[in-house]
Structures are given as structure tokens and as C-alpha cells.
Write a protein of this length. Sequence first.
Length: 179
Amino acid sequence: MTRALRQLSEYGIGLSPNDPNPENAVRDLVSFLPVLAYDGANTTQIDAGGILDIAMAGTSATLLARKCESALLVNVDNDTLRRILDTRIPASMYLTDFRENTLQDVITKLEPDLFQTVTGLTVKDFHLLVRLKVFNTEQMNQAVFAFRRYEDASLAYTGIESHEGLTHYGLYDTVVARE
């Protein structure tokens, strides 16, 4: 492709030998003979500047930028998805003494060392997963709420109240009043 575009640029420049700007000469040629390039995901028309970039450097800034946006750079195969799904917030994080705090606060502010020890993930890793929306917030809130209610019910059955005076439950990213 580079060789063909080099020949095209030389031909365009040769058609307008008196033009001091080679891009203008190539622009005139490609207005009649459009040049298309495939960047791995899309076919795009290359402008005169892109043709000269490719002829001189082997790629154009636009094509290089498009390659950096390509879905091919993201590894979303079954193994990667399995590893993401294996990144579970362990039950030990639910069992924290910080019952009135959200699980996010427990992970990021109150017990980050415990989180890293149990999961192997840092707080920075956790923030990245949150930004990528790996966690379903509503489902996480429901799961933590159900866990807390189940734990309280099973302890109450034996006559134990694990956290006397507790007025609120911290869920995943919100706090709710205890009944």
C-alpha cells in the first residue's frame, strides 16, 4: 500500500510541477480518484495530507488514531470475561464491623488492605472496574442488603444481635435505614 501511495503522490506532484505545495497537487488528483484505506475495522477515504503522510512515513495520523480506537485492541474473549467474573467481592468484605458504611467506602477507605489481601486487587484496580461499569450497582446493592438481612435473621434465631444499636445498613454504594 505504501508503495502504491508513493507512486500516486509522485504522479499527482508531477501533474502540477509548478505548484509549491505538493498537498494541493495530490488533492487535485484524489478529487477525481478517491483513495480508500482499511484500518482493520473500517474503510475510510484518505485525504491528500494522509496520502503524503503514508507515502513519506508509512501511515497517516488519522489511520494511526483510528487504529488506537479499534475494538481489536480490547481483549474480550471468554477467558478475559471469566477472569472478570472471578473478581468477586468476597463475603469477608460484607462481614466488616463498618456496617453503616457502603461497601465501596469499606473497600476504598476503611479496609483497603483487607480488600487487596482477599482479592489481590488494589483500590486503583477497583476504581478502574467501577469506571468500566463492571459492577451492576443495583444488583450489588440488592445482594449486600439480602446478605445483611439473612445474616441478622440467622443470628437473631440463635439469640445474638451482632451489632446493637445499628440504625442503618451500608449497601454497595448507598445507605438505607434498618427496619
